[in-house]
Design a binder for this molecule. Structure first.
Ligand code: CA2
Length: 146
């Protein structure tokens, strides 16, 4: 079995409750349930969302003792700000796919920069929540070819 951790950053707990024009009307629980049901063959998923940077760093560090096969991460606002979370990701040797629900490149200039993209095997932006499914498929193919 392949083990993948899905990480979501700050405010993504509000999915489906605010700004549906940008982020859709599906809640994070509904998204996670859908992903668990539709994950590629022989892949099990674990989920973690936090609004606290240190908590996210510690969750990523915990993968040093309990390694997994891949990470799908939407770092949300930390995409554009967090050297701390970037350093935690860089410290573990786990393939990462970076996901953004919106197309960050057609939004404000401050959203065009990411601390994660050069660490990621792939970056998906602007595909809505489908982007998480595409990320799992990307990891599936990447791990199969290794
Ligand atoms: O497009 C994305 O997925 C983002 O990572 C979302 C972040 C934003 O800061 C990034 O630039 C792009 C914001 C996540 C906030 O999520 C909300 C969801 C529902 C309602 C309000 C906020």
């Amino acid at each position: 079995m392949t083990k993948v951790l899905i990480l979501n950053g700050p405010n993504l707990n509000l999915l489906g409750r605010r700004e549906p024009d940008i982020y859709g009307s599906t809640t994070l629980d509904q998204l996670n349930e859908h992903l668990a049901q539709s994950a590629p063959e022989a892949m099990t998923l674990d989920f973690f969302q936090s609004n606290h940077e240190g908590e996210m760093v510690e969750r990523i560090q915990s993968l040093m003792d309990q390694p997994i096969d891949g990470i799908v991460m939407n770092p949300a606002a930390w995409t554009h700000t967090s050297v701390a979370i970037r350093d935690a990701i860089a410290a573990i040797d786990t393939p990462l796919v970076e996901v953004h629900i919106s197309n960050v490149h057609r939004r404000e200039p401050f959203r065009h920069q990411s601390y994660f993209s050069d660490l990621a095997i792939a970056v998906i932006a602007g595909c809505g929540l489908k982007g998480y499914e595409f990320a799992l498929q990307t990891l599936h193919h990447h791990l199969k070819d290794q």
